[in-house]
Design a binder for this molecule. Structure first.
Ligand SMILES: Nc1nc2c(c(=O)[nH]1)N[C@H]1C(S)=C(S)[C@@H](COP(=O)(O)OP(=O)(O)OC[C@H]3O[C@@H](n4cnc5c(=O)[nH]c(N)nc54)[C@H](O)[C@@H]3O)O[C@H]1N2
Ligand SMILES: Nc1nc2c(c(=O)[nH]1)N[C@H]1C(S)=C(S)[C@@H](COP(=O)(O)OP(=O)(O)OC[C@H]3O[C@@H](n4cnc5c(=O)[nH]c(N)nc54)[C@H](O)[C@@H]3O)O[C@H]1N2
Ligand SMILES: [Mo]
Length: 691
């Protein structure tokens, strides 16, 4: 019996410490038990509902085991088992032909957050593809606009420790659902509430998190920017702002103060659908109950105006002088506390000049001709399931069916995306690979030791990159290192600029499993330094002005531009938000029977008034549709959503749900900043299914 320590690799800010118990008597080892690391400071000995039954995922009977070659038509599900040698040779042959005709930019790697590891994600996203000169993927499906807004306003993404919320007297969880999406924050939040802190949740939907709040406000979707500027207006009108802090620490305060005149409570009430009284009450609460923390994540900004929404919210801790105070300020992401050395990760300087960028949100359109010169002739997908999770997924499927597109999918399962491949390669699970994880919600580095050898013929992402490098004749040593060598190299390179890392070696990580990057509680911006060009909070951002973006926070309505269709009258449109499911991580786990059972049928929540208007009863089958497409769901008639809003969740596999999911309706239009996805700016029409 052997205990192996690792890291949960999934897309979640908590990045838990995990322990696998392996029976070493069995040939190749067999995992007997899997549980939370009792000593990990954030995990604290418990795992979420999704990851607890992890061995069901690892030993799922439908794990892919061998490379497969398509034999029937694309998507027909007819495969032939082939060897790794044959698979690699076939990929190499296709790519050499494509490169000869169109150049390497005709090859597009597509990946996102199947794993968040340094080696299996970051290094894999960089090195081989850079060396090849493939198209670069603009990875903007998740939080690009918020990252950009936070970086331009504050200079960097830094957040307090989860436990520091116990110092807050007021917590505003704004468009974020941590009960499902950051579960290890919750015990600290509950403790803060027991200590007397008030919890306000702002979300158009009554989420699990909202149910535990002292006050839940449900604005119309995508109106939060107006709400934030309205709050600021009231605070300044009441003289509750911190003029001295603003003068000392910000750029653009006079300009912003002038603009706030545009956001009086009556107008903001009309935009948001909240009462003017509630808006005033919220503003006074925020300005007077201190320290107050605003916690956001990424769901909130998946709208056409998402970047400006975040910019507007970021003004509030500045207006009340609360950045840099324990228990106050902003909690978004800890990613910027330490950034891995770019060159050690990606070796761009040792590769051909970067090729063109393709925005991942535009995958369907790109495959169907929006990207040409050269057209995309080959797609290599790993760690992502775009045929189920990308916006306007119906278009992605249509694009992937192109006969002249050579698609390789490296996966653990025959996903909706793998269904459309020419070659499928079997991937390892986290228990079968080595990695290092730097979380985005906290700062404890975790080493993931390999618990068992790869099942059957599965290979890790990095091992596949090494084999592809060999196939393509790339001899650079940085394409052939062992995973541990990669980790040691990136640690050492990063330590040059981050002294905190100097004492953190691979050896220590292997013995201590998890090491805090920050020894003590460090309040973000307590030193008053904001690493923006001006060194201050940039309420006015010259950087944005130079990029042609609106440099002062402003509310612009989010409009879903759909061509008018007679059967979809604008008055009957519902704004559909499709957020995180409690028991899946996007589409990961959504093929695991025990979790599917706990999550229940795919649903759409609709307010009783809207249901009555459309003759829809609770539990009935409905068609959710718009000019982009449709899918079938079960109606849940509930006042958990406000009239005019419908709510569903992301991540369902189309093939397990009648061939379509909610992303048949979502828009691939880009947001106001950083090429952001806009899943929630989505007008749909809902009708009872006939017959
Ligand atoms: N269980 C679980 N955990 C996850 C994931 C998962 O799929 N399942 N996904 C992971 C990933 S990839 C991410 S990026 C994070 C996301 O973490 P979160 O951002 O917390 O999750 P979401 O559910 O996407 O969005 C949060 C909330 O935003 C609300 N919302 C949507 N539009 C608006 C709006 O206009 N205004 C306001 N105020 N609220 C709005 C939704 O109703 C939703 O409740 O979670 C990660 N963790
Ligand atoms: N409607 C709607 N859709 C959304 C969103 C939304 O809010 N609404 N949110 C979006 C967001 S925030 C995100 S981040 C994206 C997430 O979208 P994706 O990044 O595509 O995430 P998953 O659906 O979890 O798919 C990850 C896949 O990677 C595979 N995988 C896991 N580990 C490995 C590995 O080590 N190697 C390989 N080769 N494969 C591996 C898993 O089996 C899984 O099939 O979805 C987006 N989709
Ligand atoms: Mo995400």
């Amino acid at each position: 019996m052997m205990k192996v320590y690792g890291a949960c690799p999934h897309d979640c800010p908590d990045t838990c410490g995990i322990v696998t118990v392996v029976d070493t008597e069995v040939e190749n080892g067999r995992c007997l038990d899997f549980y939370a690391d009792p000593d990990h400071p954030v995990t604290q000995g418990w795992l979420c509902a999704k990851v607890r039954p992890y061995l069901e995922r690892v030993y799922h009977p439908e794990r892919l085991e061998y490379p497969l070659r398509r034999v029937g038509a694309k998507g027909s599900g007819q495969w032939q088992r082939i060897s790794w040698d044959d698979a690699l040779a076939e990929i190499g042959r296709n790519w050499r032909e494509i490169i000869a005709e169109h150049g390497p930019a005709a090859i597009l790697p597509y990946s996102y957050s199947g794993t968040l590891g340094l080696v299996q994600m970051e290094v894999v996203n960089g090195r081989f593809w850079n060396r090849l000169g493939a198209s670069q993927l603009e990875r903007s499906i998740c939080g690009a606009a918020a990252e950009f807004a936070v970086n331009t306003t504050l200079g960097v993404r830094r957040s307090p420790r989860y436990e520091d919320v116990t110092h807050s007297q007021l917590v505003i969880v704004w468009g974020h659902n941590p009960v499902s999406t950051a579960p290890h924050f919750m015990p600290h939040l509950k403790k803060a509430q027991r200590n007397g802190a008030q919890l306000v949740v702002i979300d158009p939907r009554r989420t699990r998190t909202a149910k535990g709040a002292d006050w839940h406000l449900a604005p119309k979707p995508a109106t939060d920017g107006a709400l934030a500027l309205g709050i600021a207006h009231i605070i300044v009108n009441d003289g509750l702002h911190d003029e001295a802090w603003l003068t000392e620490n910000t750029v653009g305060w006079p300009e912003l103060a002038a603009r706030l005149a545009d956001y009086p409570p009556a107008r903001v009430a009309q935009i948001t659908g909240l009462s003017a009284g509630d808006i005033v009450k919220l503003a006074r609460l925020y300005a007077t109950v201190r320290p107050s923390l605003i916690k956001i994540a990424d769901g909130l900004q998946r709208h056409r105006n998402g970047g400006q929404t975040i910019r507007a919210i970021l003004t509030l801790p500045a207006i009340t002088g609360q950045y840099g105070t324990l228990g106050a300020g902003l909690f978004y992401s800890a990613s910027g506390i330490v950034s891995w050395d770019d060159e050690a990760v990606g070796k761009q300087a040792q590769s051909p000049p970067p090729a063109r960028m393709v925005n991942m949100n535009r995958l369907g359109a790109a495959l169907l001709g929006e990207v040409d010169d050269p057209p995309i002739q080959s797609l290599f997908v790993y760690g992502s399931n775009p045929a189920a999770v990308a916006p306007n997924a119906g278009q992605v499927v249509a694009g992937m069916k192109r006969d002249d597109l050579f698609t390789v999918v490296h996966e653990l399962f025959m996903t909706d995306t793998a269904d459309l491949a020419d070659i499928v390669l079997p991937a390892t699970s986290q228990l079968e690979q080595v990695d290092l994880h730097k979380p985005y919600g906290h700062t404890n580095l975790i080493y993931n030791a390999q618990a068992i050898p790869p099942l059957a013929e599965c290979k890790s992402n990095w091992d596949v990159m090494r084999l592809l490098a060999k196939e393509m004749g790339f001899a650079e040593p940085w394409l052939h290192q062992e995973a541990d060598e990669v980790i040691a190299e990136v640690l050492a390179a990063t330590a040059v600029t981050h002294p905190a890392l100097q004492a953190i070696t691979l050896e220590r990580l292997k013995t201590e499993h998890s090491i805090a990057l920050q020894a003590e509680s460090t309040v973000p911006f307590a030193d008053g330094v904001f690493p923006t060009p001006s060194g201050k909070v940039e309420l006015f951002s010259q950087t944005m002005a130079d990029m042609g973006l609106e440099p002062l926070p402003r509310f612009v309505a989010a409009v879903d531009e759909q061509p008018p269709v007679a059967q979809f009258p604008p008055v009957l449109a519902l704004n559909l938000i499709s957020s995180a499911a409690h028991h899946f991580v996007t589409s990961t786990f959504a093929n695991q029977p025990s979790l599917l059972k706990r999550e229940g049928e795919p649903f759409v929540e609709i307010h009783p008034e809207d249901a009555a208007l459309r003759g829809i009863g609770d539990g009935e089958r409905v068609i959710v549709e718009n000019g982009r497409g449709w899918c079938e769901l079960k109606a849940v008639v509930t006042d958990a959503v406000r009239p005019g809003v419908a709510a569903s969740s992301k991540g369902r596999w189309r093939k397990l749900n009648g061939g379509r999911n909610i992303n048949w309706t979502t828009s691939a239009a880009l947001g106001d900043m950083a090429g952001q996805s806009t899943f929630h700016t989505n007008n749909v029409w809902i009708r009872k299914k006939k017959g």
